[in-house]
Write a protein that binds this ligand. Structure first.
Ligand SMILES: [Zn+2]
Length: 96
């Protein structure tokens, strides 16, 4: 959901990048964001390839979370790779 404040923040960020001379370059790979993409999405901060990678990664997290429940999502957030072992025993005690 896009709120007005969110949009303003994005505009601010884009203008800040404009000042720095970084506008139009990708925050991930520092490659150039295609002009066509910037015309469509003036506040894009990633090139198309990085955006797609990010969306794919986020989609994976959501799919796994749906399969394994919110414990998995939490584990992903704190960077634990095998939540069933690590999180349940170390963070919540055995028998969680
Ligand atoms: Zn990129």
């Amino acid at each position: 959901m896009q709120t007005r404040a969110d949009t303003m923040a994005r505009i601010d960020a884009a203008l800040g990048r404009l000042d720095d001379g970084r506008y139009g370059s990708c925050v991930e790979c520092e490659g150039e964001i295609a002009e066509r993409r910037l015309r469509a999405l003036p506040f894009a901060v990633r090139c198309q390839a990085c955006e797609q990678r990010r969306e794919a990664a986020e989609g994976q997290v959501h799919r796994r979370a749906a399969q394994h429940g919110s414990l998995w999502l939490f584990a992903e957030m704190i960077g634990v790779s095998s939540p069933s072992v690590e999180v349940s025993t170390r963070r919540f005690g055995a028998g969680y």
